[in-house]
Design a binder for this molecule. Structure first.
Ligand SMILES: N[C@@H](CCC(=O)N[C@@H](CS)C(=O)NCC(=O)O)C(=O)O
Length: 211
């Protein structure tokens, strides 16, 4: 049994979407970030980083969105969202998952919370500009990969990594140059949005923007 601790539109968006797409039974626990619930001892016991998401798998907590995606997709490999380990498809899948979580995802912290990266006495505007540059160069690479690829990030079929990529693309929606300004990304996003699981996710999280 899965229990996802989530906040609407946050890093829990991709794991939540994957659970819906897989059609596996799960419960949701909403974490009120504005009330600081994620910094309370009860939540820190589950996730010492004090961030969402946390997924309980048969009561055992697991954190890090990308790890959750890899793990849950692999546990339900028969549903076709995780490649077979050791194949070329698996190689590309892992490469993008790690790249997204290692490069683009932290750059968003710099964009949304520049003061955290700038530190005391640092310049938040400079941190924000650097984050924007990193994010946009990420879109450049992803757009090129999609343009010369077979429709999805790791090849010709939808895999768990596509939920991660789309979540990050969504996060750029209010930036001066959102991801959808890159043509291959725009086409990819419109296809991802046609998944019935995307609609369901929006309903369950009460989201409206970027629908
Ligand atoms: N690397 C973590 C990052 C999670 C993360 O930063 N979550 C944000 C929401 S998008 C959060 O909970 N922020 C609250 C905070 O930093 O206080 C993951 O992918 O799970």
């Amino acid at each position: 049994m899965y229990t996802l601790h989530y906040a609407a539109g946050a890093a829990s968006f991709a794991p939540h979407w994957l659970l819906i797409e897989l059609g596996v039974e799960h419960q949701l626990v909403r974490v009120d970030l504005s009330a600081g619930e994620h910094k309370q001892p009860a939540y820190l016991k589950l996730n010492p980083n004090g961030v969402v998401p946390t997924l309980l798998v048969d009561g055992q907590p697991m954190w890090e969105a990308a790890a959750i995606l890899l793990c849950v997709a692999a546990r339900h490999r028969e549903r076709g969202l995780a490649p077979e380990v050791g194949t070329l498809e698996h190689m590309t899948y892992l490469q993008w998952m790690v790249h997204l979580t290692n490069t683009l995802q932290p750059a968003f912290i710099g964009w949304f919370y520049p003061e955290r990266l700038a530190g005391q006495g640092g310049d938040p505007e400079a941190a924000k500009a650097a984050a924007r540059e990193r994010i946009e160069s990420g879109w450049e690479r992803i757009d090129a990969a999609l343009a010369s690829g077979q429709g999805y990030l790791a090849g010709s079929r939808l895999l768990a990594v596509d939920f991660m990529a789309t979540m990050l693309m969504r996060w750029s929606r209010n930036m001066p140059r959102p991801a959808t300004e890159w043509p291959a990304i725009r086409d990819y996003v419109s296809r991802m949005k046609t998944l019935p699981s995307f609609r369901l996710l929006y309903e369950r999280e009460g989201l409206t923007e970027w629908a």
